[in-house]
Design a binder for this molecule. Structure first.
Ligand code: GN1
Ligand code: MG
Length: 357
């Protein structure tokens, strides 16, 4: 059972400026970091109530400020606005003062919306590309220094390498034996990707967690509405957002898939996604376009490396649904990394053809 009873959730909801009624709470358990609840009235979803994990996000004030600033820009005829509900004190989150520290926020639920964990549909892939391009277009002219780094060096390969090496030093021997092949792959690929370093590229405000299920779609049509899960909005490179989407769109299997023959690199889905990016992608420089195939290898690898590291550390970072989930995630993300490496030339050709002026 969740440690948050209906009574606790009801009293939290009362802190926000909404009509107080009989609401029902439904936990949404897909995330690995925050605690999320759907708030319904007579079966109709109205709000998302969420506790932001302050052990992962250490600067909640900075984080909420980022979200606030970005949301002012993120609105257009083809980009659905997200609304944060204010507390009675006019703040965009509620900080608990009793017991454990916690930070809660409330967002309005977008009616008739849905999210996809995976897809086989090129239209969904295209729309994912369109909305990610639009997100960047809408934030193209912001001052990047107005945004704090909510997790410093989040997609920094060197940081993740150091954390992996520390975990390796301290891990139990039997875990290192079980993961021997995965550890070898990590070491080999770290060397390969370090040699391909792309850090001279423009710094943009990125979403930094553009996996497919962080995109809201309309239930009725395959239209993307907006990006959600905005905690990692901060500085980054465009190829981060590109690569994180590719790993969850072009692979039609879930992130912790154990049967690796099901992990795919579906070329038509890649092409459709890049076509979607192209619709809004005029702001991209040639150097950024050049770096996209690298991003589609870097991001699955980084996530695989972080999952493997957490497995070696006995699951201290991600919430796991079962003991070895981090190992399964690491393995499947490495498998996709290998498949993306194999498709490097294909990705180069498609991105150049579709995105270069
Ligand atoms: C974590 O909790 P969730 O699913 O939003 C992680 C993301 C990963 C994701 C899945 C702050 O996000 O970077 O894409 O798991 N977020 C953080 O791999 O570490
Ligand atoms: Mg997230």
């Amino acid at each position: 059972m969740s440690k948050f009873t209906d009574d606790i959730l009801t009293s939290l909801l009362a802190k926000f400026a909404i009509v107080q009624k009989e609401y029902v709470f439904q936990p949404l358990t897909d995330g690995y970091i925050n605690d999320t609840f759907l708030v319904l009235e007579n079966d109709k979803p109205l709000y998302i109530l969420q506790r932001v994990n302050h052990l992962v996000f250490k600067n909640i004030y900075g984080l909420m400020n980022n979200v606030h600033k970005a949301l002012e820009k993120l609105e257009d005829y083809d980009y659905h606005k997200i609304t944060l509900v204010k507390t009675h004190n006019g703040k965009s989150f509620y900080e608990t003062h009793k017991g454990d520290k916690a930070y809660w926020r409330l967002m309005t639920y977008i009616d008739q919306s849905t999210a996809h964990n995976t897809t086989e549909d090129p239209e969904i892939a295209y729309e994912a590309g369109r909305i990610i391009g639009k997100f960047h277009l809408l934030l193209n002219d912001v001052k990047v220094d107005d945004y704090v780094d909510t997790i410093p060096r989040f997609h920094d390969l060197n940081l993740r390498k150091g954390q992996f090496e520390d975990a390796l030093q301290n891990a139990e021997t039997h875990k290192k034996e079980i993961a021997a092949k995965d550890i070898d792959f990590a070491i080999e690929t770290l060397a390969k990707l370090t040699a391909m370093n792309q850090s001279q590229l423009p710094i943009r405000i990125c979403h930094n967690d553009t996996k497919l299920n962080n995109i809201l779609f309309s239930k009725k049509a395959s239209k993307a509405l907006c990006l959600i899960d905005l905690d990692t909005i901060m500085k980054g490179h465009f190829h981060f957002d590109f690569g994180d989407a590719v790993r969850t769109i072009v692979n039609t299997a879930p992130e912790d898939e154990q049967q690796h023959e099901k992990i795919t690199f579906k070329k038509p889905l890649f092409e459709a996604f890049v076509s979607g990016i192209a619709l809004n992608g005029n702001f991209l420089s040639n150097d950024e376009i050049e770096a996209l195939p690298f991003g589609a290898i870097l991001l699955p690898f980084l996530h695989g490396l972080r999952a493997l590291t957490d497995y070696l550390n006995n699951n201290i970072y991600y919430k796991v649904a079962y003991e070895n989930q981090n190992l399964d995630r690491g393995r499947s993300l490495f498998d996709f990394t290998q498949k993306a490496l194999t498709n490097f030339d294909f990705m180069k050709e498609i991105t150049a053809n579709k995105l270069r002026a």
